[in-house]
Design a binder for this molecule. Sequence first.
Ligand SMILES: Nc1nc2c(ncn2[C@@H]2O[C@H](COP(=O)(O)OP(=O)(O)OP(=O)(O)O)[C@@H](O)[C@H]2O)c(=O)[nH]1
Ligand SMILES: Nc1nc2c(ncn2[C@@H]2O[C@H](COP(=O)(O)OP(=O)(O)OP(=O)(O)O)[C@@H](O)[C@H]2O)c(=O)[nH]1
Ligand SMILES: [Mg+2]
Ligand SMILES: [Mg+2]
Ligand SMILES: [Zn+2]
Ligand SMILES: [Zn+2]
Lengths: 212, 212
Amino acid sequence: QGVLSKNDLLAQGLRGRFREAGVFVTNWVSSPGSGKTALLETTMRQLTDRGHKVAALVGDLATENDAQRLKRSGAEVRQIVTAGTCHLEADMIERHLEGWEVDQFDFLFIENVGNLVCPSSYDLGEDLRIVLLSVTEGEDKPLKYPPMFHSADLAVITKIDLAEAVEFDRSAAYENIKAVGPQLRILETSAKRGTGLDDWIDYLLQAKAGTV
Amino acid sequence: QGVLSKNDLLAQGLRGRFREAGVFVTNWVSSPGSGKTALLETTMRQLTDRGHKVAALVGDLATENDAQRLKRSGAEVRQIVTAGTCHLEADMIERHLEGWEVDQFDFLFIENVGNLVCPSSYDLGEDLRIVLLSVTEGEDKPLKYPPMFHSADLAVITKIDLAEAVEFDRSAAYENIKAVGPQLRILETSAKRGTGLDDWIDYLLQAKAGTV
Ligand SMILES: Nc1nc2c(ncn2[C@@H]2O[C@H](COP(=O)(O)OP(=O)(O)OP(=O)(O)O)[C@@H](O)[C@H]2O)c(=O)[nH]1
Ligand SMILES: Nc1nc2c(ncn2[C@@H]2O[C@H](COP(=O)(O)OP(=O)(O)OP(=O)(O)O)[C@@H](O)[C@H]2O)c(=O)[nH]1
Ligand SMILES: [Mg+2]
Ligand SMILES: [Mg+2]
Ligand SMILES: [Zn+2]
Ligand SMILES: [Zn+2]
């Protein structure tokens, strides 16, 4: 199998620490603008309203825009500014957890840098890797960016309120997702209209409970 | 100024070769699914119909899908499969030009890998770097991915036929583009409906003639 990379060693350490703390960790990846922040904000608000303790780390090259948006959910949020690095790495996660009592949280959401390529190679110690694909991007994206779809656990098709306006070919999208990621569960959501939110939250709670 | 990287040395060599051959070269960058291939296909078809000799190189992690689509324009097209590299580099361009008499072409279009981060650091010897931003991605993307907008020459807002459906905030988008890329000329197109195509082709011809 070979020697683990420095990142993967750190990630395994994080994974152990998260398990011990009882916090369920998800790593959100997609192209820029696929709707990670929008779906995260509404997810975190719903979980907080249901009494769960929620935190998020969000990575971007620049700005605190996404952290600002996520904070509106009432959760604890920190921005990771990578200043040029095109993906989050385990050491960035470790540094930005300092000062947080991680075992106070039920959920830790990690929003990765918008990038359908590089984040696939960096374990962050997560329980679940979630890849988003918006109906506006084109149905063949899974075939063209296979490592991301191959390495994820759940695929969420986003912005389905726009499906008709862009003549979204749903069966082609499903076929392509399954071709590169046969292991993927697939859900559909509209963060804008709330479509699919209940099913998605149910899935998340079951995944945390280990009953999915 | 410091020593040029290996890539930039190769790129300068390509730039000299392109200038000598009289071919006008553009490097197209954007997020996955912003509409590079769609706009390129219609652009290449129009130029070919007007009697220009056109070629394209298109980079992707996997598949020949984009090259297949671009070939429908009647131009010469080659696919560069990077098998994991998240951006095109000058050496890949050089290798894939072998066997082509470059001075037969008026235009060489290079479609980069869908990625709003990494391609910004790799000179390919182009005359013009074009960044695409679709109305569906969100108006704050320029602020969040500054290197790409900072290093480009032209910004094209794509899929404007969807502007109303996504409540596109045009003035916010322009403000943000200008904040990170004050040098950028900005055009708007819909590859689907042909909106903005004439202005875009005029701009391209003027850029080639050096009269823009
Ligand atoms: N119509 C519609 N638009 C949406 C939906 N979700 C997000 N958007 C819009 O899509 C654009 C991008 O959304 P973001 O949430 O910023 O996307 P992101 O994946 O977080 O982007 P990055 O963090 O830069 O990679 C914004 O203009 C959102 O308003 C949706 O369900 N429906
Ligand atoms: N409504 C509308 N859809 C468009 C337009 N241009 C492209 N699309 C759609 O957007 C999706 C992505 O288009 P592509 O041309 O594949 O985008 P791309 O930038 O080449 O994608 P990558 O090469 O993977 O980075 C496809 O479903 C296109 O049909 C447009 O002007 N209007
Ligand atoms: Mg975001
Ligand atoms: Mg393309
Ligand atoms: Zn990268
Ligand atoms: Zn890269």
